[in-house]
Design a protein around this ligand. Structure first.
Ligand code: PMP
Length: 410
């Protein structure tokens, strides 16, 4: 009997959980760019959420040395002692906080650590406050864990940051978490120490609410100092703040998949239990590299931040000159969130009326060959996000193309 080469009909049946979430829009945008490039179109890609720089040489060397030294086995669930020590050193350096070893855990990227933290704490119907615009993954991660994302819209007058009054008004007896992301993706907004203190005042009145402080961009700051952390500003709340960070953005290590968290040892222990039953631990080699990144010379950050700042300034100046677009000037991270309300209702040369920011995004892709991500993906419209984690030539060319495409609208 010969084996059939026909593909059998799929009997796949998705769990109900899967119906609550959608694939990440940034991953979807990247796929669309790849498809168009595959068709031979030249696309200026401003969707990418990762540094265009290579991982610094001393970090790569540390990984190679780890392989050669046989550090190729499972590690403790919460990471190697050396990496935990390096993380404690980094948190001390950036925020002046002394964490104990039991307060630290590591995972396969900040993304995985956030997911596990939610899985460890959120029951069906628990509410998680997510200020908008937000990083695309938060609401779906909450939904995947049966929680209810409660979106708190922010406004231009408050620099797209959640205020103490908004926080107070949003808390219910089901509120489990506030997710705070500073510097924010996509806004680049940084909460000042005063703003964090005002949020802390509210949190002191609501002891059941914890804060997931996503600080993955904390060192990509244009203010001269790393973005402040709520855990440092309000030390009395430290056990209610889970600081999440990683090496992806600061050290151009997105592919190494290494993130970490610091917080209440009981929560950290719960995350470790989940990790022990999912991935066991992140890659031993990536852990060695991350330790070298956090312990070693910090020149890469000192050198890359001014490069990002120059790109930001060029992009902001170019976009400001375009009638209908208002870029927010970000204090950190490597994104520009552009208000495109002035383009809504205008008509393309093909006669299509741009009804929302999704239409604007498609128009820029078709007309200008520039890929950006629509604000609706981040829970606020009409906006689009551009990433300036790409070279200045691409940014300048893209801004010119956007200007031409906008000028062609009626
Ligand atoms: N938080 C935010 C706000 C992000 O933008 C990202 C990456 N896009 C992450 C967390 C996760 O980064 P990683 O998993 O690479 O550490």
């Amino acid at each position: 009997m010969t084996a059939s080469t026909e593909t059998p009909a799929s009997s796949f049946r998705a769990a109900e959980r899967l119906g609550r979430i959608k694939p990440s829009p940034s991953t979807a945008a990247a796929a669309r760019v790849r498809e168009l490039k595959g068709q031979g179109r030249s696309i200026l890609d401003l969707t990418v959420g990762e540094p265009d720089f290579d991982t610094p040489a001393h970090i790569k060397q540390a990984a190679i040395a780890a392989i050669e030294a046989g550090e190729t086995k499972y590690t403790p669930v919460n990471g190697t002692p050396r990496l935990r020590q390096a993380i404690r050193g980094a948190l001390q350096r950036t925020h002046g906080i002394e964490y104990s070893d039991a307060e630290i855990t590591v995972g396969g990227g900040g993304k995985q650590v956030i997911f596990l933290a939610l899985m460890a704490t959120v029951d069906a119907g628990d509410e998680v406050l997510i200020p908008a615009p937000y990083w695309v993954s938060y609401p779906d991660m909450v939904r995947a864990n049966e929680g209810t994302p409660v979106i708190v819209p922010t406004s231009a007058e408050n620099g797209y940051k959640v205020t103490a009054a908004q926080l107070e008004a949003s808390i219910t007896d089901r509120t489990t978490w506030l997710i705070l992301n500073s510097p924010g993706n996509p806004s680049g907004a940084i909460h000042t120490e005063e703003e964090l203190s005002a949020l802390a005042e509210v949190l002191r009145r609501h002891p059941a609410v914890s804060v997931l402080s996503d600080e993955i961009y904390s060192e990509i700051s244009f203010t001269g100092t790393p973005a402040p952390s709520l855990a440092a500003v309000a030390p009395d709340l430290r056990h209610r703040v889970l600081v999440v960070s990683g090496v992806s953005k600061s050290y151009a290590m997105t592919g190494w998949r290494l993130g970490y968290a610091a917080g209440d040892p009981a929560l950290v222990g719960a995350i470790n239990t989940l990790q022990s039953q999912t991935s066991s631990c992140p890659s031993s080699i990536s852990q060695a590299a991350a330790a070298a990144a956090l312990e070693g010379p910090q020149d890469f950050i000192a050198e890359s931040v001014p490069v990002y700042r120059e790109r930001r300034d060029v992009a902001v100046a170019g976009l400001r000159a375009i009638d209908g677009l208002t870029p927010l000037v970000p204090d950190g991270a490597f994104y520009l969130y552009v208000d495109c309300a002035g383009l809504i209702g205008r008509t393309s040369p093909e006669g299509k009326v741009l009804a929302d920011d999704q239409d604007v995004t498609f128009y820029l892709l078709d007309q200008a060959g520039v890929a950006v991500i629509q604000g609706s993906a981040y829970g606020s419209s009409p906006f689009f996000r551009i990433s300036f984690a790409t070279d200045l030539g691409t940014i300048t060319a893209a801004v010119e193309k956007i200007a031409e495409a906008v000028a062609a609208l009626r």
